[in-house]
Unconditional design. Structure first.
Length: 289
């Protein structure tokens, strides 16, 4: 799945309120459904796995997944939900929401099944999430529903951007759920990141960071990379190079002076570090000014 190419198409956005006994028989969808439990409780069975949803829970149902739903107990069941494609295609406006089991899908309708790039995603995306901070995603879903239903000029473009923000929160919630140790150490990781940002004018060492956080060297590298996508030293190097790049483009200071100002012992070591991080020599940005 290539996140940079994400171009969602929102097919349905509605806030369903169900005050009576309710059951949805087995069906498969052509598209995706994102369902949030706002009020009440419900039972959702996805590919034979049973989940009980309560307020603050989120369900993601993918194309072709067999599933059923039913309300549990009395009172109101309120479930704002979205039907969507992750990637817009020419037939996206023609695809309908399915209420049929797979066996009743016609040959013509089978062409409507969306490809599911989530299968190739590096982190397994759960179909049921018990959200840590449900208010954020709840508010975002209602904003999308309101925009979709009011249909102000250019709403299609706006709901696309709003959905991408929602999907990012979903991916992060899923990531934290699968890596709870990162949340346990988040305060120390944020403290470390801020330390690196405030020391971009000098070189830092792993031993120095270990003393600062009290976390072992190996585990520090592991959890920092899991959280920010690179080791703390790589992160610090990136910050330093980005700052020197800014100085090269927007000042007339010699490269040697900039190198010294940001903790590089000489121009040669600065150029080597710069090219390793940015792919070009620092002089590239001075020439293009």
């Amino acid at each position: 799945m290539i996140l940079q190419q994400l171009s969602p198409y929102i097919r349905v956005a509605m806030d369903s309120k169900i005050p009576f006994p309710w059951q949805l028989k087995e069906r498969v969808l052509f598209d995706y459904e994102l369902l949030y439990v706002k009020e009440g409780r419900m039972r959702v069975v996805i590919e034979g796995q049973t989940y009980e949803g309560e307020p603050g829970d989120l369900f993601l149902i993918r194309p072709k997944q067999r599933h059923t739903m039913e309300k549990i107990g009395t009172g109101m069941l309120r479930q704002p939900h979205l039907h969507f494609d992750l990637y817009y295609s020419e037939d996206s406006p023609d695809v309908k929401v399915s209420f049929k089991p797979l066996e009743e899908i016609s040959d013509e309708e089978r062409n409507w099944f969306r490809q599911d790039p989530l299968d190739g995603f590096s982190i397994h995306l759960a179909c049921h999430l018990r959200l840590r901070n449900p208010t954020v995603i709840e508010n975002m879903m209602f904003e999308i529903i309101n925009e979709f239903q009011v249909k102000m000029p250019f709403y299609e473009m706006n709901v696309k951007g709003m959905f991408i923000q929602l999907f990012i929160h979903l991916l992060r919630e899923n990531y934290w759920n699968q890596n709870p140790q990162l949340l346990t150490n988040m305060d120390e990781l944020v403290k470390l990141r801020n330390y690196l940002k405030s020391h971009i004018d000098q070189k830092v060492t792993l031993d120095e960071l270990v003393r600062l956080t009290g976390i072992s060297k190996f585990y520090l590298i592991h959890i920092f990379k899991k959280t920010f996508g690179m080791s703390p030293i790589q992160y610090h190097q990136l910050l330093r190079i980005e700052k020197t790049k800014e100085m090269i483009q927007f000042t007339t200071e010699p490269l040697s002076v900039i190198a010294e100002k940001y903790g590089y012992p000489d121009l040669q070591s600065f150029s080597k570090a710069f090219k390793k991080t940015d792919g070009v020599n620092p002089s590239f940005y001075r020439k293009s000014k």
